[in-house]
Write a protein that binds this ligand. Structure first.
Ligand code: FEO
Length: 174
């Protein structure tokens, strides 16, 4: 595996790990606020990011490279509001999308078409994650401070569509 590609995937491993920690912190905050559905959503989202990270680790190692597990900064523990949490989720996902696109770019420059093909799964995943974050943010902005609306929003989020490790794309032997 080309060094530049390996380095870029390792950077992405770190970003996915940071996403997982960030959403875990959001889950914990929501739990403390009594927002059970929102908390469940973020716990699941955190697990999903960990899956994204694991998939990259396996990919590097299976191709003879060395996956690097790095230390992470502590994510924020307090959030101003539910709107703020979902705004941060969306802006974080937009950053991750840019990073994935950059990874595709490096693969093409280095003519590593195998990795470029593998990364396409992440390109599609980012499209879905950004769309989901935008939809949720639109809803929560519409609800504003309406208590009954917030109650229903939280309940609906508990049954939301976020999925972990779709079987047809998993490469972790699960
Ligand atoms: Fe793995 Fe939400 O990016």
């Amino acid at each position: 595996m080309k060094e530049r590609v390996e380095q870029a995937i390792n950077d992405q491993i770190r970003k996915e790990a940071m996403s997982s920690q960030f959403y875990l912190s959001m889950a914990s905050w929501a739990e403390g606020q009594g927002l059970t559905g929102t908390s469940g959503f973020f716990y699941k989202h955190s697990d999903e990011e960990r899956f994204h990270m694991l998939k990259l680790i396996k990919f590097i190692n299976e191709r003879g490279g060395t996956a690097i597990i790095s230390s992470l900064e502590q994510p924020p523990t307090d959030f101003d509001s539910l709107v703020s949490v979902f705004e941060q989720l969306l802006s974080h996902e937009i950053e991750v999308t840019e990073s994935i696109n950059n990874l595709v770019d490096i693969c093409l420059q280095e003519k590593d078409y195998t990795t470029q093909n593998f990364i396409q799964w992440y390109v599609s995943e980012q499209l879905e994650e950004e769309a989901l974050a935008r939809t949720i943010l639109d809803k929560i902005r519409m609800i504003g401070t309406d208590k009954a609306g917030l109650y229903l929003f939280d309940r609906d989020l508990e049954n939301s569509v976020i999925q972990i490790a779709p079987a047809n794309t998993a490469t972790l032997g699960e």
